[in-house]
Write a protein that binds this ligand. Structure first.
Ligand SMILES: CC(C)(COP(=O)([O-])OP(=O)([O-])OC[C@H]1O[C@@H](n2cnc3c(N)ncnc32)[C@H](O)[C@@H]1OP(=O)([O-])[O-])[C@@H](O)C(=O)NCCC(=O)NCCSC(=O)C[C@@](C)(O)CC(=O)[O-]
Ligand SMILES: NC(=O)C1=CN([C@@H]2O[C@H](COP(=O)(O)OP(=O)(O)OC[C@H]3O[C@@H](n4cnc5c(N)ncnc54)[C@H](OP(=O)(O)O)[C@@H]3O)[C@@H](O)[C@H]2O)C=CC1
Length: 423
């Protein structure tokens, strides 16, 4: 009976066999793992103990007009109504003239933290005096980045506590997200400083709070475009502005407000082969202002209340190259579909999608409520979960809507009746 130790030393087929031998999976489950493994050779190089490829649905969002350019936006998500909402929000902004965006330089912070610091001020000034030398050592650790026009730009020293000091280097990572590059550069500087300074280095690593790589999207919507059945555009706009204020005051609301934004941002990040965990951690860290976690976007009615202005700024530690961007063929296809040519464009698309997602969510929440639109699409997932074949879904969804039911048990009963009726 093969055991599972040294799983990583087994071949992919041996791993599946080992799971069978241990009676952890059935023959059918092994077949599912094999069928889903679209590219075992690549998977085995990408991650450890590779088993199979876990497929997520990819859809396309429409109506994006960003800085007067039209974009198709591939989005990878398992959540119903996210892509519908994305297109819906974008369609409203499209009718309003589109999104206007701006991006800052694409710099990533890296930090070297000193512990057991005896005199923080003294260490701070010592490090600041060596700025040029430290930046030079960082750049020498990854010379190709400078050749591309990037590299370590500047540094700062922060006293975090009487015994903890952080030396932060801002590094222009050009078209890459830069985590691996920055970490190598930091370790070179840390090695140098270990010889210069007796104070121990605790760690050196990039920071995902990429507040030197910001992207902002703005849209200005004539309130009449926000109208919903039984509620005027003016009323929707006023309520959206109130919901925006709520997210500034209440972290419980801000968490969901921001989740709605990241529904779109994450979906684009995955489609573009990016590290969505880095983007998520950056966004939520950036949402803390004056010690409070707040909504990342804001909606304000302009003076004569005829226009609702939405603004979203996000830190985006993202890459147009590097990471898995060249390894996953679908990422190259999605770059082609979106027709983006740089990391700056990727940032503009991502932040616009985040704002569109937020617009659609808030408009629904303050008018008919989220369930009407969301559950109409979520119902399809419920009926699938009840065991329906794709071809049966529409019939069962219609019957559920007639019964005004959304629960799994009703879907299962209707499906059973449908199958009885067939015999
Ligand atoms: C769902 C809608 C769009 C319906 O809204 P609606 O007005 O009933 O939709 P419609 O049928 O009039 O279509 C409007 C547009 O939506 C798109 N659309 C509409 N249906 C589809 C579809 N089947 N497939 C693809 N696209 C669709 C499409 O672009 C369409 O325009 P068209 O292209 O026809 O000119 C609206 O109710 C909505 O946007 N709701 C928000 C849904 C949402 O945010 N879902 C995310 C999950 S809930 C969540 O996690 C976020 C949240 C809410 O918690 C965040 C927060 O609290 O702030
Ligand atoms: N967020 C986090 O906390 C962490 C993330 N990661 C992972 O790190 C990866 C991202 O790191 P990153 O360093 O970007 O990825 P890579 O390790 O893939 O490095 C990017 C590479 O892209 C090459 N490149 C080609 N053209 C350019 C260009 N125009 N600008 C910049 N680089 C270019 C560079 O090659 P050359 O060397 O020839 O210059 C560079 O080494 C992601 O996979 C992420 O998941 C890893 C650790 C932590």
């Amino acid at each position: 009976m093969t055991n599972l130790s040294k799983f990583y030393q087994k071949t992919w087929m041996q791993r599946l066999q080992a799971l069978m031998d241990q009676q952890l999976i059935s023959v059918e489950q092994r077949q599912l793992l094999e069928k889903s493994a679209t590219d075992p050779a690549v998977g085995d190089q990408q991650i450890e103990n590779y088993l199979t490829h876990y497929g997520l649905p990819e859809g396309l969002a429409f109506h994006y007009l960003i800085d007067q350019r039209r974009y198709l936006v591939p989005m990878v998500t398992e959540e119903p109504s996210v892509i519908a909402a994305s297109s819906h929000g974008a369609a409203i902004v499209e009718k309003s003239g589109g999104f206007y965006t701006k991006v800052t330089d694409h710099l990533l912070w890296g930090q070297i933290v000193f512990e057991q610091v005896a005199n923080a001020e003294k260490l701070k000034s010592l490090l600041e005096q060596q700025q040029e030398k430290l930046l030079q050592i960082a750049n020498q650790a990854h010379p190709s980045l400078q050749q591309r026009g990037g590299g370590a730009r500047y540094l700062r020293v922060r006293i975090l506590a009487s015994d903890l000091v952080s030396l932060d280097l801002a590094i222009d990572t050009q078209q890459a997200m830069g985590a691996n590059m920055v970490n190598s550069m930091l370790e070179a500087v840390a090695d140098y400083l270990r010889e210069q300074v007796s104070t121990p280095v605790l760690l050196s690593v990039l920071s995902n709070l990429a507040d030197q790589a910001l992207a902002t999207a703005v849209c200005r919507i004539p309130v009449e475009l926000l109208a919903r059945p039984q509620i005027t555009g003016q009323q929707v706009a006023q309520k959206m502005a109130a919901a925006s204020r709520l997210a500034q005051l209440d972290p419980y609301r801000a968490a969901t407000h921001n989740k709605g934004i990241m529904n779109g941002v994450d979906a684009v990040a995955i489609a573009m082969g990016n590290d969505w965990r880095a983007i998520e951690s950056a966004a939520h860290a950036f949402a803390v202002k004056k010690g409070n976690y707040r909504g990342l976007s804001q909606w304000q009615l302009k003076s004569d209340e005829s226009v609702l202005e939405g603004t979203l700024t996000l830190p985006l530690p993202v890459g147009f190259v590097g990471g898995s961007t060249k390894i996953v063929p679908l990422v190259q296809l999605n770059h082609h579909l979106t027709a983006i040519k740089s990391v700056g464009e990727l940032e503009k698309v991502m932040v616009s999608v985040g704002l569109a997602q937020n617009l659609a969510a808030l408009q629904a929440l303050v008018s008919e409520g989220i369930q009407q639109g969301h559950m109409r699409l979520q119902l399809r997932a419920t009926v699938l979960a009840a065991g329906a074949q794709p071809a049966e879904v529409a019939t069962i969804v219609t019957k559920m809507q007639q019964l005004q039911r959304t629960d799994l048990a009703t879907a299962q009963n209707l499906l059973a009746k449908e199958h009885e009726g067939e015999h």
